[in-house]
Design a protein around this ligand. Structure first.
Ligand SMILES: [Zn+2]
Length: 250
């Protein structure tokens, strides 16, 4: 499942620290707080977005890096969640000239009088029939959902043999704040908003969900499968965490 996980904030921790230092893993920077009372490593995301890596005194730097690396997905998700709470994405008004995303590109909206379908993408512009303006949001969601189903099914077909799975198929619906999830009977579920993302990012969402057909949780074995299918997945995952919010308001 591509979704936020539960927070693990523990405020009972003693503020006394033996040493403080920083480590950088990819584009994430952590302040290390060591405590003699600690037996396990734990990451907390502060309100400010600062990342704290709490660790027992004797854990080596390689082990810290490995731990952080395994928790990356959780961290990105937490950061994205904070961002979402702090930022208000303006809602669309469905007026002429307004931009709408489709596979990472913004297309202007044009209102038209005569058209066989309520909404179409014609010559790089979304054309919405005047009499459909009141229900514009639903028309967009229907249009996106249909495009998403076709496009995502194509990507699943590209990856499924390489990733040694045979999903039952693709379903597109509103998944709330999740991009995808894999459900019963090997069906892959995607949010219709996935089709607003740039193609290479949407492709990462696909690979992520396919990998879940083998490994339900975000274990090292899971990430190994993702990496084998998509060696640069980490960059795409980081992009999604950073910019995913921008595609959320329609
Ligand atoms: Zn997942």
């Amino acid at each position: 499942m591509l979704s936020p996980l539960k927070s693990t904030h523990h405020h009972a921790e003693s503020p006394a620290t033996e040493a403080e230092a920083c480590i950088q893993v990819d584009d994430l920077q952590f302040t290390i707080r060591r405590s003699a009372r600690r037996q396990t490593m734990q990451i907390t995301v502060e309100r400010t977005g600062e990342l704290i890596l709490n660790a027992p005194p004797k854990v080596g730097i390689d082990q810290l890096r490995e731990f952080v690396s395994e928790k990356r997905f959780w961290i990105y998700t937490k950061l994205a969640e904070k961002d979402r709470l702090q930022r208000q994405v303006p809602r669309k008004e469905f007026v002429g000239g307004e931009g709408f995303l489709y596979l990472g590109r913004s297309h202007r909206l044009k209102l038209v009088d005569d058209q066989d379908a309520p909404l179409k993408l014609v010559n790089g512009r979304f054309a919405l029939r005047h009499d459909a303006q009141a229900g514009a949001r639903e028309h967009f969601i229907r249009w996106y959902s249909e495009r998403a189903r076709v496009w995502l099914s194509g990507r699943v077909a590209d990856y499924q043999s390489r990733m040694e799975v045979a999903p039952a198929g693709v379903k597109v619906q509103d998944l709330g704040y999740r991009w995808g999830s894999c459900g019963k009977g090997d069906w892959l579920y995607f949010h219709w908003k996935t089709i607003l993302l740039p193609a290479r990012i949407a492709e990462y969402v696909v690979v992520h969900e396919i990998a879940h057909l083998h490994e339900p949780h975000h274990t090292p074995a899971f990430w190994l499968r993702v990496e084998r299918a998509m060696p640069d997945y980490a960059q795409r995952m980081a992009w999604l965490a950073e910019h995913g919010i921008d595609v959320e308001g329609i």
